[in-house]
Design a binder for this molecule. Structure first.
Ligand code: GLN
Length: 280
């Protein structure tokens, strides 16, 4: 079978299983199966596939057809300005989280040197994007998942920022190293009972550890706010990603811990998504 027919056949299987972008996904999975880029596929669409490559491609299509996200099948996801390695253990970087990067870059436009902490680095997409954009900044990242830290480390090497990065395996409540000019976090913030209503691709395949915010969705946020207020320098900035309906509760938690609210920012879908505040 040639490349083009295999892609069409794959797309049809995905379409029948209600996958949203069947043709594009099929093409991307072909690039993975034969280890070539999209341009090669377009220019060589009539080329006959090796049996092994075809088998591998069909396996990928099968996995995608049961909802496994493309990023987990290709082990990569583009975020902000770079392609990040991801694994089944990391949350897939979201376009909405790019808002957090935008806000941090706005805040630090004229800063030369800052000590930045990220609580819950996951793939490293937030902290490493900042370190790449701001050459003089120094980063510390913590996560409870060792496999996330391993992926963050690989990404730091890929983005050439590993010399300015320290990673720690730690619970948020136990961490007590350093003082920071800026702290950022995109903690798990989905209510436990709502996890099952997420998109099937998310609910079935993305790590619960990265999503589950406990009974009221705020259990990680509470700890992150408390810890940040201890580790942040006076006048330091704290940037937090939140759930669409958590604004009021989170603001009151922040105020209690001595933060002044600078702004609440909306994501691409017009939901409240990112709070910027200052420790006073
Ligand atoms: N900081 C990572 C991200 O935003 C991981 C966040 C998480 O796992 N909750 O993608």
């Amino acid at each position: 079978m040639n490349i083009n027919s295999a892609i069409i056949q794959g797309a049809k299987i995905l379409k029948d299983r209600f996958v949203k972008n069947p043709f594009l996904d099929s093409e991307i999975l072909m690039t993975k199966a034969i280890q070539k880029d999209r341009k090669y596929i377009l220019l060589n669409s009539k080329k006959v596939l090796d049996k092994e490559d075809l088998n591998y491609f069909q396996k990928l299509i099968k996995k995608r057809s049961i909802g496994k996200p493309i990023a987990y099948l290709t082990n990569k996801k583009f975020f902000w300005d770079s392609e990040f390695i991801v694994s089944n253990d990391t949350l897939i970087p979201r376009p909405d989280t790019e808002l957090v990067i935008e806000k941090i870059l706005d805040l630090t436009l004229y800063k030369k040197k800052l000590n930045v902490l990220e609580i819950g680095v996951g793939s490293g997409c937030i902290l490493l994007s900042i370190l790449k954009e701001r050459k003089g900044f120094y980063g510390t990242g913590i996560d409870i998942s060792k496999s996330c830290l391993n992926i963050s480390k690989l990404n730091a090497i890929k983005l050439k920022v590993s010399s300015k990065l320290k990673l720690y395996k730690s619970n948020v409540d136990k961490f007590a190293v350093g003082k920071y000019d800026l702290i950022v976090s995109n903690p798990p913030y989905i209510k436990k009972r709502d996890l099952k209503y997420l998109d099937i691709d998310v609910a079935k395949f993305e790590p619960k550890l990265a999503l589950d915010g406990g009974l009221d969705g705020l259990s990680a946020i509470r700890k992150v706010i408390k810890k940040s207020s201890e580790l942040i320098k006076k006048n330091g900035k704290f940037i937090l990603e939140i759930g669409f309906d958590q604004k009021n509760k989170v603001i009151s938690l922040l105020k209690k811990e001595g933060f002044y609210i600078n702004s609440i920012n909306k994501d691409l879908a017009n939901n409240d998504r990112c709070i910027v505040c200052t420790k006073i």
